[in-house]
Design a protein. Structure first.
Length: 711
């Protein structure tokens, strides 16, 4: 054995790596070196002759993690690690089915359906069976099939007590039959078919049980019930299951992950003791103390406490901003300072709970000229649902915009197929006109689409910009489309809805900053921000991401934003049993991403749905020890409860008071002309006023920039 293999391991790590042939649960805290333990365990087993490379099965959750493990092992061992069975659940099941395709009743060249292909296949089945896709939405059917497969249930095993459920089961059965005829499998099928193959074929099962005497699993807390059953089948009674995980970082319940698998493992495999990796090699002491204090509020933990040999380090910085815009400005200024002090932007992460929160942050970064990269996602104005909404607005503004028409002519779906679009393009080419003009001359469903765009134009005449967007989102059907999503797509649809609502906020802020509420100006602004320089792979750039996307990463400085009740913890957590515990685990993940410096921020007022909302600080902030926090702003002041109803506090002079403004006051605006003040909201530089103008209609204006003259 290589003498250097075990050098540098701490006692619990060494104990885990050198365990005898027995099943074990390694409870590995954030930054405790779990990947090193896992790879060193494999190298140790091979180096000591306890196992051959042929006799090890290692399961990871991402292809990236599998490749990293292979690279590390290749550097540690004289043997070729690339031939070992190391991969994701789907990758390993695919390998098993390829090797035994006949036993699995599959052609040797079976194809794998991605999500879009699977949805198309389901639609074909529903058409053959004459299933009403209004009553049985195809995406809901897709979730129904995948969810049952992940529970290990075929169509004939699904309980159906009523005609509605029986119809869904009928579609599931016919879909399975169609896939079998065509020699294709979806992702859920890979695992289920592999499990069924091993379950019914004793000879094959015994072969792999004898071969894989050592089974190692990374991120065990993220396994779902079928994945655990698959592992149990391979392990049998004599093999060692070496599971590495952290119940405090179980944040994927919405994907089917079952943290209870960790307790089941202890029982099913008679695990005598749990080895806890608690020494953290990433963060300073104050960061870990805060994380430990926070997660201690969760129920049913297996229990561990992170510690570090590092000093306490800096306190956690907390900033309370009056508004979300000022929160973003504070963050961007701090990042600029860190950069000027020598910290690379790539060593800084900006985390948020929901994708929609990135918009105001992106706007501030663009204004400051700081390069950034959205990790695991798209920039705000590049997101699908935002592009759809902007396409409706662009086509209303300019009916010659063919790209906008092609994006939305059948979204949400209105029965306009590819053949109809080809005929439309041909008619436009023949007559040398824009597609919209050709559509206006056509008949059938195209006429309905043209009528929709015209009705949107008419319905938004003389409306303020935010109200134009609100009207279009509702009457185009975009809001209803995402509201009607169910099953696996429901969570994604909720994020898309949040982004669409954030588009209202973007329009409101645009009007306040530019004193311009024309649709064409806003569309130009959106195009410019969407086209802003996207940082290249080699360029130093800040990382923007959701907390979910941040798992497994680490940075010198981390900003956690939007720490308000309803945002983080998210309001949806109140609807689900154990939801608040999972949100707290998510906050724990966020905190433990930071090596040296951690910022946490929240806003007293945040723009939601185009309106100012008053928030309260996240309960998670109250769960952090006060002595670990450094407040960068004065603590919350007593708020005037009447501000939320549009009344300005009289305790301090406001821009409105200084200008002699009050509800009912007649005013003059340089661009919009004469109007009457109907409401005043906020105070100081955060105040805004609603004015009903004679010719321009009702508009909200920022008091700081409005330049209103009292008459």
């Amino acid at each position: 054995m290589n003498a250097n293999l075990l050098s540098g391991l701490n006692p619990p790590q060494l104990q885990a790596v050198t365990l005898p042939h027995q099943s074990a649960l390694i409870l590995a805290g954030a930054g405790s070196g779990k990947t090193r333990v896992l790879t060193t365990r494999i190298a140790y087993l091979i180096s000591t002759g306890e196992a051959s490379p042929y006799g090890i099965l290692a399961v990871t959750f991402t292809n990236k993690a599998a490749k990293e493990m292979v690279m590390r092992l290749s550097a540690m061992l004289p043997v070729n690690a690339r031939g070992m069975w190391i991969g994701t659940f789907h990758g390993l099941c695919n390998r098993l089915l390829r090797a035994h395709h006949r036993e699995a009743s599959l052609p040797q060249t079976f194809q794998i359906l991605d999500s879009a292909d699977q949805l198309s296949a389901i639609k074909r089945v529903m058409k053959v069976l004459n299933v009403d896709d209004e009553r049985f939405p195809p995406r809901e059917m897709q979730h129904f099939i995948s969810a049952n497969k992940e529970q290990g249930l075929r169509a004939h095993e699904v309980e159906a007590y009523d005609p509605y459920s029986r119809r869904k089961v009928e579609v599931y059965a016919e879909y399975d039959a169609q896939c079998q005829r065509e020699g294709v499998v979806d992702f859920s099928e890979l695992l289920l078919r592999s499990y069924e193959l091993l379950s019914r074929n004793a000879g094959l099962r015994e072969h792999y049980q004898q071969r894989f005497r050592h089974i190692l699993v990374d991120e065990f807390q993220d396994t779902n019930p079928l994945q655990y059953q698959w592992l149990k089948l391979l392990a049998g009674k004599n093999n060692a299951l070496f599971a590495v995980g952290d119940d405090d970082q179980s944040i994927y319940a919405f994907r089917g992950a079952h943290v209870g698998n960790m307790q089941d493992l202890l029982r099913d495999f008679n695990v005598a003791s749990v080895i806890k990796l608690e020494q953290n090699y990433r963060s300073h002491g104050n960061i870990l103390d805060a994380a430990n204090a926070l997660i201690s509020h969760n129920r049913n933990r297996m229990g561990k406490k992170l510690w570090t040999a590092e000093e306490g380090g800096e306190k956690l910085r907390v900033y309370e901003a009056p508004t979300d815009v000022e929160e973003a400005d504070f963050i961007v200024n701090e990042i600029a300072t860190l950069k000027s002090e020598g910290m690379k932007l790539s060593e800084i992460a900006l985390l948020y709970r929901s994708n929609a929160q990135s918009r105001v942050l992106e706007h501030a970064l663009v204004s400051k000229g700081l390069s950034y990269r959205v990790y695991g996602g798209l920039r705000f104005f590049e997101r699908q649902e935002i592009k759809h909404a902007l396409a409706y607005l662009r086509l209303m503004e300019n009916s010659d915009d063919d790209n906008a028409l092609l994006r939305i002519v059948n979204f949400p779906t209105r029965g306009i197929g590819a053949r109809s679009i080809e005929q439309l393009q041909e008619a436009a080419r023949m007559n040398n006109t824009a597609l919209f003009d050709a559509a206006a001359r056509s008949v059938g469903k195209m006429t309905g689409f043209v009528g929709l765009i015209e009705s949107l134009r008419i319905g938004t005449q003389n409306l303020p910009l935010p109200e134009i967007i609100d009207h279009v989102l509702v009457h185009s059907g975009l809001i209803a489309h995402y509201q009607n999503e169910t099953g696996a797509k429901k969570r994604e649809a909720e994020e898309r809805l949040e982004n669409l609502k954030e588009l209202l906020n973007a329009a409101t802020l645009f009007v306040h900053e530019n004193e311009d509420d024309s649709l064409s100006s806003f569309l130009t602004h959106a195009s410019l921000e969407a086209g802003e320089h996207q940082a290249g792979d080699q360029e130093d750039a800040l990382h923007l991401m959701t907390v979910h996307a941040a798992k497994g990463l680490e940075f010198n400085a981390v900003f956690i934003t939007g720490l308000e009740e309803g945002l983080f913890p998210h309001q949806n957590s109140q609807r689900v049993d154990g939801g608040l515990d999972e949100e707290r685990r998510l906050m724990y993940v966020a905190i433990t991403r930071a090596r040296r410096r951690l910022y946490m921020s929240f806003a007293q007022r945040r723009m939601l749905n185009g309106q100012v909302n008053y928030g309260v600080p996240s309960s998670f902030l109250h769960e952090l020890p006060e002595e670990l926090l450094q407040w960068l702003s004065p603590r919350i002041q007593q708020r005037n409860p009447f501000e939320a109803f549009g009344y300005v506090s009289l305790s301090a002079p406001s821009h409105a008071a200084q200008a002699g403004l009050r509800p009912g006051q007649r005013v003059m605006h340089q661009k919009f002309g004469e109007g009457v003040v109907t409401a005043i909201e906020g105070s100081g530089k955060d105040g805004r006023v609603q004015v009903n103008f004679k010719h321009a209609g009702s508009k909200w204006l920022a008091l700081e920039y409005a330049k209103l003259e009292a008459l």
